[in-house]
Design a binder for this molecule. Structure first.
Ligand code: SAH
Ligand code: SF4
Length: 436
């Protein structure tokens, strides 16, 4: 969501005559889009902003001071407190008022003052901002903002506000405009896409959205994130019936212990989750599943952890994002008693990471010899002669760039790759078709 917000900001500022630079020393304005889901991201912001305190203005800058703006979740949560801690910040804006940024920047730059605006709720869904996408072939498309779920560990509902859905017409129109300009893949975005529509249509309408978006002719369709309590049979069935819906689903489980799931207010049991997995695999036998897991939730025992461990072992995910529980002030879990020591939690985390790696390697071995259709994103960071892209299952795939071709022409095209060497986090192979 932050990436998407950043694209809207870039689009909006470009339409006002500003442009993006790669080198921070060349900038006049620096905008931080922040995240406070876990403490590590939170503390990093302070480090980054503090390090900018005394850097000189660029040669030829029209400003008298480099302008530093903070947006996103930390802006929303901390507001003016940020400036009390770091007085070289010029602008603070919240998650609900991205469209006010140009006015805030102008006020700060022309009047040499600090300016801020933090709204507690938005008037509607912010659809009217232009966006400057990272690339021409893939787009994020938010269908809801905010979250109503209040998982006890999570700060998102407090900093992103209540869930608001965008109208079906808007979503379909935006998708069509992408298809018309050659975009090949879109990812529908929301904290919980499965509850899409409840606020405006009185019932979840996510399966309808999938049908209508698929009819636009988009080649690759994805969505994130799904909450297991709201993943309906209708949506599961779409993995069988919509050919452009990619066979990959991120379905955060968080924990495998029912006791912990209840304390987290997740409102499903591990048995329900496993039933969803089995329904998904019936609808789409080869579906790649990924998930999020929190280790060390307050009150988690070794036995609870082992329930999680066994669930991860049983499901056989392609990818698992593992997090150590991080208390977030203002959430109910932050007041719960932590019964495990740091060492115990770290030990559980390390065991889980080992398992995740082992299972990801096992999953990838199944791809050996398969031909996968790769949407090319660029060259590999390690080797400019190697292309990198994503398979339908969202696996990272690397392959030698075919002779006579260059990466600039290949980006955004799809090529068949035969998988010769499956690794833990990527597949390596050889291109066996022309790009299309
Ligand atoms: N809306 C999505 C994602 C929310 S944040 C969902 O419900 O799945 C992304 C992930 O961060 C969560 O899935 C969770 O695993 C993790 N997370 C959120 N709050 C956390 C906290 N306080 N400590 C550790 N991990 C957290
Ligand atoms: Fe946070 Fe839960 Fe909402 Fe996801 S569903 S954003 S974890 S409160």
């Amino acid at each position: 969501m932050n990436k998407h917000d950043s694209e809207r900001i870039a689009g909006m500022l470009e339409s006002l005559g500003m442009f993006q630079v790669d080198d921070i020393d060349e900038s006049d304005v620096i905008i931080f889009m922040t995240c406070c889901v876990r403490e590590s991201a939170d503390t990093r912001l302070y480090g980054h902003v503090s390090s900018l305190k005394n850097i000189p203005l660029r040669d030829g800058s029209p400003l008298t001071k480099r302008c530093i703006a903070i947006g996103g979740c930390i802006g929303q949560r901390d507001g003016d407190k940020l400036v009390e801690k770091m007085d070289h910040i010029d602008v603070v804006f919240g998650t609900q008022n991205i469209s006010s940024l140009p006015v805030l920047l102008e006020r700060s730059i022309t009047k040499h003052t600090y300016s801020a605006e933090i709204l507690q709720s938005s008037k509607g869904f912010p659809t009217d901002l232009p966006s400057k996408r990272e690339n021409d072939w893939a787009a994020w498309l938010p269908i809801t903002i905010g979250c109503d779920n209040f998982c006890t560990y999570c700060i998102v509902p407090y900093v992103r506000g209540r869930e608001k859905s965008r109208s079906i017409e808007d979503i379909v129109d935006e998708t069509k405009s992408y298809v018309d300009t050659g975009v090949r893949e879109i990812t529908l975005l929301g904290q919980n896409v499965n509850s899409y529509g409840r606020d405006i249509y009185g019932k979840p309408a996510f399966a309808d959205i999938l049908d209508k978006v698929a009819l636009t002719g988009i080649e690759r369709l994805r969505f994130a994130t799904s909450h297991p309590k709201d993943l309906s049979d209708d949506v599961i069935e779409r993995f069988a019936t919509i050919s452009s819906l990619m066979p990959a689903l991120h379905l955060p489980v968080q924990a495998g212990s029912d006791r912990v799931l209840e304390m987290m207010n997740r409102r499903y049991t591990s048995a329900h989750y496993l039933e969803l997995v089995s329904k998904l695999r019936s609808a789409c036998p080869d579906i790649a599943l990924s998930t999020d897991v929190i280790v060390g939730f307050p009150g988690e025992t070794e036995q609870d952890f082992m329930d999680t461990y066994r669930l991860i072992e049983q499901v056989g995910y392609n990818q698992v994002f593992t997090f150590i529980y991080s208390p977030r002030e203002g959430t109910p879990a932050a007041k719960m008693e932590q019964t495990s020591s740091r060492e115990e939690i770290q030990d559980r985390f390390d065991r889980l990471v080992d398992l995740v790696q082992k299972k990801a390697f096992e999953q990838n071995q199944k791809e050996r010899g398969n031909i996968v259709e790769v949407l090319i994103e660029g060259s590999s960071k390690r080797d400019p002669q190697v292309l990198s892209g994503k398979s339908p299952k969202n696996q990272t795939v690397h392959a030698k760039i075919p002779s006579g071709m260059n990466i600039a022409d290949l980006c955004g095209r799809i090529i068949d790759v035969r998988v010769d060497e499956p690794k833990t986090w990527y597949l390596f192979g050889e291109c066996v078709s022309s790009p299309r």
